[in-house]
Design a protein around this ligand. Sequence first.
Ligand SMILES: Cc1ncc(COP(=O)(O)O)c(C=O)c1O
Length: 409
Amino acid sequence: MECEKQYKSFQAAGLKLDMSRGKPSPAQLALTNGILTCLSEEEFQTESGLDCRNYGCLDGLPEAKAFFAPMLGVKPEDLIVCGNSSLNIMYWAMSLAMTNGICGSKPWAKYDKVKVLCPVPGYDRHFAVSQFLGMELVNVPMQADGPDMDVVEKLVAEDDTVKAIWCVPMYSNPGGVVYSDEVIRRFANLKPKAEDFRIFWDNAYCVHHLTDNPPKQLCLLEEARKVGNADICYMFASTSKITHPGSGVAMMAASEKNMKYLKNALSFSTIGYDKINQLRHLRFFGGKFENLIEHMKKHQALIAPKFRIVVDTLNRELGGLGIAKWTDPKGGYFVSFDQKGCAKRIVQLCKEAGVVLTGAGATFPMGVDPEDENIRISPTFPTEAELQKAMDVFVCSAKLAAVEKTLAE
Ligand SMILES: Cc1ncc(COP(=O)(O)O)c(C=O)c1O
């Protein structure tokens, strides 16, 4: 069999490629090296004279709030600017709900059972946060324009133990789905049975476009405000894949009532985040949000060709065979690939030929993909040459897995 022969030759080549996580490449990281030296020894004050070296300013520099507010499409006063990880504040906000409730509600941990809705396929670390905190994870199917809102509306309206939903509204991880305006309005209008239900709206990829005419998206908080439902959501973002993931800036936005509650709770865990790093970000971008958008075009120039390699290889080698389907995302960090009953085997075959992928099942709660079909492909980290090799192994493994499955049937 041709693909078996080819697979053996890949194994003999002794490849060693790691595509297990969506990390920026060294070339992308280098785009932001200027941030390491953009502050001189004398520059530790903001325009308003605040000394960033010292304690204080719990919710972030006022200048940083004004700078980052357009990223989430909110007003500066809706935002807090935090440390280097948005996952960290998502974890904090959910764990706070477990221990102390939300704005005075009964702590979630005091219920026998609380549930979180998980659009699938989705981001493994979101699901892991809720699982770790003891929540029950409920799959919700993802569609081309966002989660299936008929399902979401029904579940939140009927069951007051449904307390939250995870959403990545722009270029979802891994599907690259951009939630439509209609879906966002339906989220804004949700009428949950539980008054302490919150949408965890993680806009991690809101400026991570792969095309020159990116989609525009409504702001959930503003839409919710219009219909008197502003407290329904917590929104998050970070500069992890804009500047440096190890030393970026994360932010959270929410209604006035939510913010009052959150800031008070936050004051027990920190006196203030790293303001020097916030200042560094302001200086690196010259305080202008347009410069951040321009900076993202440099990322696009480096990674869009890599996405092309992945999608072109899949189209060329698997197109028309009817064994698999995949996305051609307009932004974000992933290509989502589906081949029914074969995901585990493909990941295993790739591994045995030296290409490590994200584990099969990782995109589903508890690591259980009911159809064993989804694989998250992360094209950004390897060089183009490495990526092409990895994709050659991938498509060969996909064909081999399809043949094995047919023979077994
Ligand atoms: C959807 C999503 N949210 C959050 C993160 C992590 O964000 P941070 O680095 O700000 O913690 C990732 C990283 O892959 C992600 O894909």
